[in-house]
Design a protein around this ligand. Structure first.
Ligand code: FAQ
Length: 314
């Protein structure tokens, strides 16, 4: 008989494909791993609002503006579900935000690149949300219940995001020569950073061992990246975009595309804080977090007031 509070019992529950719920026994390493990954995921959603937010006032039509507004609000919502899911692991949101703002917690490297023009909004939706969704569809089956359920809802919204991005790219590719050149330029700038979203190769991914054993990750970084490549290249070709890699080819035997090596030096540089927009993204977050302090204080004051009233009437 396994003690229901033992690591062996926990691992057998994982191996049986059970969900682990907040009040269930879990090894400390599992809890910490989830706090790290889920909070970084939440931070990515929230910081990810910035590159697109920059274009709300410059959207080319009312329709485009409404769609972009809805998409960015969705990303904010994803961040909130995810912060709530992380809180079930016994950590406060204030602590998580502090880790982000002091650089202790990461967020996806992709959001340290600038959105220079409207074509970038297309490329972000198509490639960045496209990459995010490949990863998140797999995370729907992750072992921690609240994370898995958050992913189900998030994926429904992400697929709309991916389509709105592809629609922008398609419209531009049907447009003038200048518009086509803008779309191609955005593709050239976002393609490689989008591939880096999947993280380092499996052979260089220190977190993958535990993540796979605990079924936090259901597919590895390399498997997911390959899925994204195989799905996206035909989409690019369909609308006349060129893959910015002269070595890419379809391996007829495996049915998979092969590419030139990813520039991991660039990835590590951006993750270490030296990408084009790292400072801008964190400064913006800190500024608006400080400006919103009164909202948090008002909510606390209201909570105290209603708690006192309840005491008096009890
Ligand atoms: N950027 O050992 P691994 C979105 C770090 S949501 C920065 O392979 P792991 C929606 C990694 O944290 C996008 N850091 O790590 C949207 C680790 O460092 P640590 C976010 C990265 O965790 C769209 C170290 O490198 N999605 O885009 C990156 O097993 C548009 C070693 O790596 C998620 O967060 C990176 N790209 O695998 C919003 C999904 N890659 O923590 C707005 C959930 C790796 O030890 C607009 N996360 N690192 O200090 C995951 O699936 C995993 O955490 C991975 C990394 C796959 C990202």
């Amino acid at each position: 008989m396994h003690n229901e509070h033992s690591d062996t019992h926990f691992q057998s529950r994982i191996d049986n494909g059970e969900h682990i719920e907040p009040k269930d026994y879990m090894p400390e390493g599992y809890r910490k791993h989830l706090i790290r990954q889920m909070s970084q995921h939440a931070h990515s959603e929230v910081i990810g609002m910035q590159p697109e937010g920059n274009w709300i006032t410059r959207a080319p039509s009312l329709r485009a503006k409404q769609i972009l507004l809805a998409k960015i609000q969705d990303e904010g919502g994803h961040g909130l579900y995810l912060y709530s899911a992380v809180e079930t692991l016994g950590v406060s949101r204030a602590e998580l935000i502090e880790q982000l703002q002091t650089g202790k917690a990461k967020y996806s490297s992709i959001f340290n690149y600038p959105a220079l023009n409207w074509a970038d909004i297309g490329a972000i939706g198509w490639l960045v949300d496209g990459a995010a969704i490949v990863n998140q569809v797999s995370l729907q089956r992750t072992s921690y219940g609240p994370y898995s359920r958050a992913m189900v809802r998030i994926c429904k919204e992400e697929s709309f995001h991916q389509r709105q991005g592809y629609e922008i790219m398609t419209t531009m590719m049907r447009g003038t020569k200048d518009q086509q050149a803008m779309a191609q330029d955005a593709m050239n700038r976002w393609w490689w950073p989008a591939l880096m979203m999947f993280g380092p190769h499996d052979s260089d991914s220190p977190r993958s061992g535990d993540a796979v054993r605990w079924k936090i990750k259901r597919e590895t970084n390399d498997e997911l990246c390959q899925k994204f490549i195989d799905k996206t290249i035909p989409q690019a070709e369909l609308i006349g975009l060129t893959i910015p890699d002269k070595n890419f080819k379809l391996d007829e035997k495996t049915g998979h595309y092969t590419l030139s090596p990813i520039n991991w030096e660039e990835f590590h540089r951006v993750v270490a804080g030296h990408g084009p927009c790292n400072k801008q993204r964190l400064d913006h977050h800190i500024k608006h977090h400080q400006e919103g302090a009164w909202v948090r204080e008002a909510a606390e004051a209201y909570k105290l007031k209603t708690a006192k009233k309840e005491l008096v009437t009890a």
